[in-house]
Design a protein around this ligand. Structure first.
Ligand code: CA
Length: 256
């Protein structure tokens, strides 16, 4: 049975862009695809809009007057009410370092200007399909991944460590879940890009694998000592492997 496009087609997208022409183009394309679009031209208006009505996705330009795109992203990612909203960042090609910083702040994806309207729609579709798929899977599931003091409630999107909830972004959550599901098996950065990010392999080829490293670093930082369980496999990628050194107790299930 083919799943319906309807749920994401009715999705609400907040577009934050001060360049009127780009904002109009983005709004036009997304509206034509059936999205409900609200456009704002600066960071302050973006924060107001976020408080007023929760969007399903934010398209956020990095370079904004007054309150920057990065600051808006930081607010989104630090407020529990907005933490899980996917964010697609628009950035200029020359801002290489800035782009890296933006991804480190927790953007789900980014598009470099100039971009084709079609590419934008594909990215928005992909991000929302992923979010929607997770909710659907979660609704039927109730699956729990557990390793020692680390517990991942796949349905509820809640990760706890020794009973304390970790505030993970959607990308960090998917990354941890993917690694834990493939526990003990090395995952290449490209595999993680296509699995945890669930983006088409054609798109994955254009995203630098360093993006994965940044998200792994942030995820580890939030996991304390358990962060060491995400091992770097030199020349290959990453592997989730609870090590004897910092394991408080055995996990319930047997290994191998
Ligand atoms: Ca701008």
């Amino acid at each position: 049975m083919v799943s319906s496009d309807k749920p994401r087609r009715a999705a609400r997208v907040l577009v934050v862009e001060d360049e009127a022409e780009i904002a109009a183009l983005v709004a036009y394309q997304l509206t034509r695809e059936g999205y409900r679009v609200e456009t704002v031209a600066n960071g302050t208006a973006a924060l107001d809009a976020l408080r007023r009505e929760r969007p399903d996705l934010v398209v956020l330009d990095r370079m904004l007057p007054e309150v920057s795109g990065d600051e808006v992203l930081q607010v989104i990612r630090s407020d529990p009410a907005t933490l899980t909203i996917p964010v697609l960042v628009l950035t200029a090609r020359r801002e290489q370092q800035d782009r890296i910083a933006g991804l480190e702040l927790g953007a789900d994806d980014y598009l470099t200007k100039p971009f084709s309207p079609r590419e934008l729609v594909l990215r928005v579709d992909a991000i929302l399909r992923r979010a929607h798929g997770e909710r659907k899977r979660g609704a039927g599931g109730g699956r729990i991944l557990r390793v020692g003091p680390l517990r991942v409630d796949v349905a509820a999107h809640i990760v706890t460590l020794d009973g304390e909830e970790l505030n993970l972004t959607p990308t960090e959550f998917r990354l941890l879940r993917t690694l834990m599901e493939r526990r003990g098996r090395t995952q290449t950065r490209r595999q993680l890009l296509t699995e945890a990010w669930q983006i088409d392999s054609a798109v994955a080829d254009r995203i630098r694998t360093r993006t994965v490293d940044m998200h792994v670093r942030r995820l580890r930082g939030k996991m304390g000592a358990a962060g060491e369980w995400i091992e770097t496999v030199r020349g290959f990628g990453y592997r989730f492997q609870e090590s004897a050194g910092n394991q408080p107790r055995r996990a319930g299930q047997s290994s191998s």
